[in-house]
Design a binder for this molecule. Structure first.
Ligand code: HEM
Length: 180
């Protein structure tokens, strides 16, 4: 997993819970990296699993709720780091429609070792979109937060429903309806 995901995660923890919580979750995790991440580095995904689990223990929030909030936060960080990637889009559905064939393709060029999910578009109209998230990492709650934040970014209201297509959430169908 790319360092930018870790640096943004720890920034969110600091902003929401304070530096002490950042220090304590890093200490409790016994991370191979020691918790010293750089945005362009690459780290074992298990480190994120450990950090998330510790944060859940400390805060009492569920891991899925934390991932959803992190999706909101991460969207801002990704846009800041790669403004050129999003400026081409005029609508949230237009942007989501291009994650697979444009945005993450560009990301793969920048970071050849990125571990990216797959999004398959099942149907799309001007105001609706149905897509399937697939990733062995099962970060569908992160995707949910990123999707909702994409609409906020364009100042649009949205309703997002999802359904797990298997037990571990490595395949999840999203039904997205823009309102207004
Ligand atoms: C703003 C433009 C975007 C950029 C620059 C971007 C870039 C990235 C990067 C660098 C990663 C980390 C890959 C790794 O850890 O190796 C990532 C992962 C991910 N991206 Fe994007 N992304 C963008 C938009 C989105 C949007 C709108 C979604 C909404 C669904 C999305 C869904 C995900 C998910 C769920 C992951 C986690 C990996 C996984 O689930 O397997 N991304 N993205």
């Amino acid at each position: 997993m790319k360092g930018i995901v870790f640096t943004e995660f720890l920034d969110m923890v600091e902003a929401s819970y304070g530096l002490e919580v950042v220090d304590s979750i890093i200490e409790n995790c016994e991370l191979p990296s020691g918790g010293a991440y750089t945005a362009v580095g690459t780290y074992n995904f298990n480190e994120m699993v450990s950090l998330l689990s510790q944060l859940s223990n400390v805060t009492g929030a569920s891991q899925q709720d934390l991932l959803y909030s992190f999706g909101h936060y991460l969207f801002g960080g990704l846009v800041q780091a790669h403004p050129d990637v999003v400026t081409n889009y005029k609508s949230p559905i237009g942007l989501l429609n291009c994650i697979e064939d444009h945005i993450h393709v560009h990301v793969r060029k920048l970071y050849p070792d990125a571990e990216l999910p797959e999004f398959k578009i099942i149907s799309k109209t001007e105001n609706t979109m149905e897509m399937i998230y697939s990733s062995s990492r099962g970060l569908y709650a992160l995707a949910h937060g990123l999707i909702v934040k994409t609409f906020e970014y364009f100042h649009k209201a949205v309703n997002v429903d999802y359904k797990l297509l298997n037990e571990n959430g490595t395949e999840v169908r999203f039904n997205i309806t823009q309102k207004g």
